[in-house]
Design a protein around this ligand. Structure first.
Ligand SMILES: Cc1cc2nc3c(=O)[nH]c(=O)nc-3n(C[C@H](O)[C@H](O)[C@H](O)COP(=O)(O)O)c2cc1C
Length: 190
């Protein structure tokens, strides 16, 4: 395999494309599309999002110390693109996208009803990394659409049909078509 050496870049593929809800303290809640989102700890359950300081959402997130990560499926692609191209400074993104806010149980920003999974987050640490700040948060409540859970209690990822984003190609993809096995497939069977 012949490879091209490029300048250092964040070429991690694929990434999620989630809708993060924020605000709700003194102003209307807002939605920002985020692909720089990842799991960082399991006990306690934690994740992070990285946000540029100039985003309208930045201060909304900082001021409440809370946000909700709303997982997206392919059916939400237009909302994902809209919330990633227009600012809450100028537009009410719930109104413009037709998405429905629902009260969260432990945080002030709302959940998005149309999203199959909502993760309520409380910020535990913030770091200024350069272009972005990372908000590391504990997941304090998880909501899952019941119809996305199989009879044996697993998450039906094919039903969610998660939307993924290829940053460098600037493309949205979906479609999980081939299951390659389960965790532990290489372990010796007793
Ligand atoms: C697919 C996609 C992923 C994005 N990921 C991020 C991200 O991880 N961090 C960030 O600061 N901005 C990201 N953006 C840009 C913001 O979503 C965009 O600037 C948005 O309009 C900011 O909204 P606001 O001004 O209401 O906060 C992304 C945009 C798109 C379309």
């Amino acid at each position: 395999m012949s490879k091209k050496v490029l300048a250092p870049s964040t070429m991690l593929v694929p990434l999620p494309a989630v809708l993060v809800t924020c605000g709700g303290l003194t102003s209307d809640p807002n939605i920002i599309t985020i692909s720089w989102c990842g799991v960082v700890c399991s006990q306690p359950p934690m994740l992070s999002i990285s946000v540029r300081e100039k985003r309208h959402s930045f201060n909304l997130i900082k001021d409440t110390g809370e946000y909700v990560v709303n997982i997206t499926g392919a059916s939400l692609v237009k909302a994902v693109d809209y919330c990633g191209n227009y600012s809450g400074k100028d537009f009410n993104k719930f109104k413009e996208t037709g998405l429905t806010p629902e009260p969260a149980t432990k945080v002030r920003p709302p959940l998005i009803k149309e999203s199959p999974i909502n993760l309520e987050c409380q910020i535990r640490k913030t770091l200024d990394l350069g272009s972005h700040h990372i908000f590391i948060a504990e997941i304090v409540a998880t909501h899952v659409d019941e119809s996305m859970i199989t009879d044996d209690g697993r998450l039906d990822v094919q039903k969610i049909n998660p939307l993924i984003y290829a940053t460098h190609a600037r493309q949205y993809w979906s479609g999980l078509s081939k299951l390659h096995g389960f965790y532990g497939l290489t372990r010796e069977k007793k």
